[in-house]
Design a protein around this ligand. Sequence first.
Ligand SMILES: *Cc1c(COP(=O)(O)O)cnc(C)c1O
Length: 373
Amino acid sequence: MDFINLKKQYQLLETDITNRIQEVLKHGQYIMGPEVFELESILADYVKIKHCISCSSGTDALIMSLMALDIGKGDAVFTTPFTFFATAEVIQFLGATPVFVDIEEDTFNICPKKLKYEIQKTIKNGKLNPKAIIPVDLFGLPSNYKEIQKIANQFQLKVIEDSAQGLGGKINNKMAGSFGDFGTTSFFPAKPLGCYGDGGAIFTDNDEMAEKLKSIRVHGQGVNKYENIRIGINGRLDTIQATILISKMKLFENEIINRNKIAKKYSNLLDNSIKLQFIPEGYRSAWAQYSILLENNNQRDVIQQKLKENNIPSAIYYLNPLHLQKAFDNLNYKKGGFKISENISHRILSLPMHPYLLDNEIEMISKIINSCI
Ligand SMILES: *Cc1c(COP(=O)(O)O)cnc(C)c1O
C-alpha cells in the first residue's frame, strides 16, 4: 500500500499529459511559455481571486510574498510552530524574526486568542516591529481567518495564508488561497495539487502587489527585460510543470470530493476513543493528510509498528515543533514553551490518504488500528 499513490492518477491522465509535454517540447518555450499563463488563469478562477502568480515552489511563494511586503531585519512575523519548516524558515531567511504562537488543541491551527496575546507582548517589548501573520492551513484545513483578519486589522498587520497543504479547502464558499493579503501554495508532488517536480503559486486580489510579485519572480525586472528595479529571485514555474498542472486540474475538484469521502469513512470506522482533527461547521478540508491523535507516543509506536508489519505506511507530521529545531536556537525558545504543539507532536500519526484509496484498504487500516486500542 502507498501513503500517497500518484500512479493511479497518472494512469487516468497519461495520454493527456504525454501529449501536452510533447507540445511544449515542440513549441520550445520552456520558460514562461503560454501554458504558464493558461494555468494561472485556471487557478485564479478556481480560487475565485483576481491574480495568480505561479512560481518555483511553495517556499519561494512565501519568500516572494514577504519580499513584496518589504519584510526584513527588525520585523516580527507571527506563525505556528506546528508546521513544515519552510513556513518559519522564510521569515528568518529574510532577516526578520519568527514569533511563534501555539495552536488550538482541536484544529491544530494557530490559535487566534494566543495570536493576539503574542502580538501585544511583542509591541510591549518594543524590540521588533510586528508586520505580518502567516497562518497555515494544516493538513488541508483552513485556519480561522475570520478571527485572524480581525486581529490583523486591529494591529495593522498583513496576512499571508500558507495554503501549501490547503488548496481545494474552503470556508463556506471562500476558497483556501483567497484569505488574507496573499495566499501561497505548493505543487510539490505529494501536495493535494502536485506537479512532477517543484512548483508553487501566490494568490492576491491586489493589482499593485501582483505586479510587484511578477517583477520579483524575474530578478526584480522592470518594464523591459534588461531593467532591474529591485532585488528579486529566479522564481519561475517551468512550462512543462504548468502543462502537467493544467491536465491535473481536470480531476482536482473531484479528487478533493473523494478525499472528503475517504476521511468520512476513516472517521466512521476508527474507534471512538481516537481523537481526530476537528473540522468546524462550514469548513471543507483538502485532506492533504489524514491524522489521528493517540494517547501518547508509546501507543503511537505500537500502532505504527503494527501497521508496518502489515505493509501499511504511516508518517509523523510533525515530530519536532519548530521552536525546538536547532536552526531556531537563536530565538531562545525552550521546551515547554508551546505546550499544545509539543503534546500533539508526541501523539499525532498520519495515515495513508489519496483520492484513490479503496474501501477495503480503509477498512483494513482502521481494523488494525482499532485492534491496538
Ligand atoms: C510543503 C510546504 C511548504 C513548502 O512547499 P515547497 O513547494 O516544498 O517549497 C510550505 N509550507 C507548508 C505548510 C508545506 O506543507
